[in-house]
Design a binder for this molecule. Structure first.
Ligand code: DGJ
Length: 724
């Protein structure tokens, strides 16, 4: 519900169990008032701090600059004395950057509009959300800002974006546009973020918010593995089930910046938007720019409810609805088994063993096209290598389908190898700046997806392979990130637009592929989990979480990822014990992968027989209870960085069953077990796994008796119990 209190000029947005409020001040600027648990009042003026060092009660709010840096802003103006990171910066035709748009009108309506060309959350029916659109106009330049807020009815989430239109008669340049600004007025906040690297993606970090500006973001052209566009601010004493936690999530896959700026008065600014570094957008009169969508979420009971609200939002309002409840095919990917060294016979042998053990799909990874026998060549040459395969891709697909498996293929649509027919024909198709050498990464460049003709070409090439191979699944990889960003197709004043235009091209290709092949499942990937974000999830409901499938390392990677992203989005496979040169029992590798989309990525035929013997049972278990992972509520019960046991739980929405997983990362001779309290249960019920029966109150208040089941590192316990 969205209320406008005309007398106080206050907007209050109620979303799920939360409220958010702001006010039009006497100068017609927007000032933030409140973000927290649901309110039943608009009597919020006391929240509107007006402090002025000059102790002058008569200051004219239209002209006096000094109090402005003390206000809480909802849209932070630039260069009028706020002295803090602005929401937007426009370079006007005369060269200055004063950006001070004022309220002119608003409207409130049911439902949520789509964002043209951009991924965004959606509703199934208009009663699931309400939208507020506020128009602000800069009086001098006539640049208009249309601020959109959608409050979801059942979740404490608000979706925000800004559309900027040049309504003046002179061109302007947008130098910065955050999709959202919020000012919080609390001391003792912590900031939590997920940074990382290849094979170490989304590592949870938490630290005190200190004075000054901290920018968490990416300028890699991709959201990237070094920082995820999911940031939380929380009370310093917040835990999984205690304290206020604010979360923001960006529905975007390119450069982003989260600005956390605390001043000496303990006003903490939170901006989220496209990273201003390297970004400009030229707006001729009449032209518009649409920001990507930012999402905000709040919990008053710690991190757990915040994460569960994100999970519900992503599953119900972001991913392709056909994958909300449909069980994903249990797959075997050939990459780590074969790399580039495969042929029809090897693939069919793997397929037969996979089928015999309950696996449902074979995925042929990199190396099936052009002359791609190593990573140095052929990206862009999307013609199946029939010589290497020993048949056409259609015949191979038929043979795999005849075995009774679905069939998937790997692509890297956005990339081009220097050693490729495509690059020889179109060297100008790579992203580059004139006169400078192209930096390569993994021997490849990026295609200039800011150009529609290049996206068109790739769409046609890839579509014909998908058609011929009758693909059930596509793995969409992207193994490098941007350098020397530039395009031959755009004029000098638009070179600052290339990184964003590239991302619009990526979304356009995703949109076209999903429309043309609506039942094909797409799994995103970027050198592992280097582009794991809500933008990609809009098109591909699962993303390869990391190239690192070591069970121990994955505990931390999946733990960090779970703060915003549901387990059903995390590609997770049982792999062989090679990555960290460490031994993990097959049961534990499976238990950890089970908390994701689940599959195998190893040569089943080379597995020790006692390990292969486990696979069939694991696949049966997948069909028995993976719906809890995909659709249930997720509870983190241990922190892999601190605790002796790492545990998590999936509980059915109706509390009728649960799946508890406990991993003991290291053998601990002195560990004699513990009582692990289990949240989320039906307290009036009992649960049984067929062997034991537990009273739910006893599990919730006392705890389940947990002890290390064996001798060695990384033992694990998995319990699937149903309400009696
Ligand atoms: C990187 C991916 O993360 C791997 O899973 C694999 O697909 C390789 N690329 C193939 O080149």
């Amino acid at each position: 519900m969205i209320i406008f209190d005309e007398s106080r000029k206050i907007f209050r947005l109620d979303a799920g169990n939360a409220s958010y409020a702001f006010q039009i001040d006497t100068a017609n600027r927007l000032r933030h008032l409140y973000w927290g648990p649901a309110l039943d009042t608009t009597d919020l003026e006391s929240q509107n701090l007006q402090r002025d060092f000059s102790v002058n009660p008569d200051f004219d709010p239209n002209l006096c600059a000094s109090p402005r840096m003390t206000f809480l802003w909802e849209f932070a103006p630039n260069d009028i004395g706020t002295y803090s990171p602005a929401t937007a910066i426009v370079r006007n035709a005369d060269g200055n950057t004063v950006t001070d748009p004022l309220y002119t009108s608003h409207r409130i309506f049911a439902g949520k509009p789509r964002l043209a060309g951009l991924p965004a959350t959606y509703v199934d029916s208009d009663d699931q959300a309400e939208t507020l659109e506020i128009t602000l106009v800069d009086a001098v330049t006539k640049v208009e800002f249309l601020l959109r807020y959608t409050a979801f009815r059942d979740l404490p989430v608000i979706a925000r974006s800004i559309q900027v239109t040049n309504k003046g008669d002179k061109p302007v340049d947008l130098l910065k546009l955050a999709s959202m600004t919020t000012d919080l007025m609390y001391q003792k906040l912590d900031v939590c973020y997920l940074d990382g690297y290849w094979a170490k993606e989304r590592t949870f970090h938490r630290e005190a918010v200190q004075g000054g500006l901290k920018v968490l973001g990416s300028t890699r052209g991709f959201s990237g593995s070094t920082m995820n566009p999911n940031v939380m601010l929380c009370d310093r004493n917040a835990t999984e089930d205690y304290g206020r936690v604010y979360g923001v999530l960006f529905v975007y896959s390119g450069n982003f910046a989260v600005e956390v700026d605390q001043n000496a008065l303990y006003r903490t600014r939170l901006n989220l938007g496209i990273h201003p570094e390297g970004f400009t957008w030229h707006l001729e009169p009449g032209e518009s720019f649409q920001s990507p969508e930012a999402l905000q979420n709040v919990s008053d009971q710690g991190f757990g409810p915040l994460s569960r609200a994100w999970h519900d939002l992503i599953r119900q309002h972001l991913i392709n609805p056909q994958w909300r409840t449909a069980q994903r095919p249990l797959l075997c990917n050939n990459w780590e088994a074969m790399h580039f060294d495969f042929n029809r016979e090897k693939l069919l042998t793997l397929a037969k063993t996979a089928k015999a053990n309950g696996i449902e799909m074979l995925v042929l990874d990199d190396g099936w096209f052009g002359k791609r026998d190593n990573e140095r060549c052929a990206l862009g040459d999307w013609t199946p290598n029939t010589e290497k395969l020993g048949c056409s891709i259609g015949d191979l697909s038929d043979a795999i389908h005849a075995i009774g498996l679905k069939f998937g293929l790997w692509f890297e649509p956005e990339m081009i190898s220097e050693d490729s027919d495509l690059f020889r024909a179109h060297p100008d198709w790579a992203i580059q700046t004139p006169g400078r050498p192209l930096s390569y990464h993994r021997y490849q460049y990026m295609l200039d997806f800011s150009r529609k003709e290049i996206v068109d070409y790739i769409f046609e090439k890839i579509s014909s392979v998908i058609e011929e191979a009758k693909l059930d699944y596509m793995k969409w990889d992207a193994n490098r990130q941007m350098t020397e960003v530039g395009s031959f197709a755009w004029p000098a004043e638009r070179q600052g637009e290339i990184a964003h235009r590239y991302m619009l091209g990526v979304y356009d290709l995703y949109e076209r592929i999903t429309r043309r092949f609506p039942t094909m499942l797409i799994e995103g990937c970027s050198a592992g989990g280097g582009r794991f974000d809500a933008g990609i999830l809009h098109y591909s409901p699962q993303i390869w979480t990391s190239d690192n499938s070591d069970a121990f390392d994955r505990l931390a990677i999946q733990y960090g990822t779970s703060f915003a992203y549901p387990c059903s989005t995390m590609g997770a496979h049982v792999a062989r014990n090679w990555f960290a040169q460490r031994y993990s029992p097959i049961q534990t590798r499976a238990a950890v992968a089970f908390a994701g989309t689940f599959g195998y990525e190893l040569d089943l035929n080379a597995m020790p027989p006692e390990e292969l013997a486990e696979v069939k049972g694991q696949c049966d278990f997948y069909h028995e209870c993976h719906h809890l992972v995909d659709q249930g509520d997720y509870y983190r019960l241990g922190n892999p960085f601190e605790d002796r046991v790492v545990a998590w739980m999936h509980v059915a929405k109706d509390k009728s069953e649960f799946l508890l997983t406990v991993v003991f990362p290291r053998l601990d001779h002195a560990y004699t077990g513990q009582l692990l309290r289990l949240p989320g249960l039906d307290l009036d019920a009992s649960y049984t796994d067929g062997t034991h029966t537990w009273n739910a109150k006893m599990l919730a208040y006392g705890g389940m008796d947990i002890h290390d089941p064996g001798y060695g590192d990384q033992q694990s316990i998995v319990i699937h119990a149903k309400r009696v």
